[in-house]
Design a protein. Structure first.
Length: 136
């Protein structure tokens, strides 16, 4: 929790001109007037810090197994097919994790319900985003 407090205090100092987030039991020390753009900037910084934290600590396979995705979907009478960056990298081993993730995200937006999400789509999107040396 100390790291969390340090991050928040850093954001408060940088974006809100507040030296501490500790309660000091004094209105003049505990209440601050800040502009809307300062609040927006602080919220954006906090959001980005959360994103960075999640990226540094991706779910482990053990944590993923603990999430019963099929069970959750079954309760809603839904199914899902899950694709991962390793699937993309199987087709295009030259792509790094970030590039493979970008391909997956683009595939999600481009897939056609009549054809589906398939290897051909992965190949086409990967080639569009990252042309291979074979086709240059």
């Amino acid at each position: 929790m100390k790291q969390f407090d340090r991050i928040l205090t850093g954001i408060a100092r940088k974006h809100l001109d507040m030296q501490t987030l500790d309660t000091r039991r004094s209105d003049s020390l505990d209440f601050h007037t800040v502009a809307a753009w300062q609040v927006r900037s602080a919220l954006k910084a906090a959001f980005n810090a959360g994103v960075r934290s999640a990226q540094r600590r991706p779910l482990t396979n053990k944590a993923l197994r603990a999430i019963d995705l099929d069970g959750l979907l079954a309760k809603r009478r839904q199914v899902a097919i899950v694709w991962c960056i390793e699937d993309v990298q199987q087709q295009r081993p030259d792509l790094n994790d970030a590039q493979a993730w970008e391909v997956l995200q683009e595939c999600r937006g481009r897939h056609d319900c009549d054809i589906g999400f398939n290897w051909e789509l992965v190949d086409i999107v990967a080639e569009d985003l990252y042309p291979s040396d074979d086709n240059v």
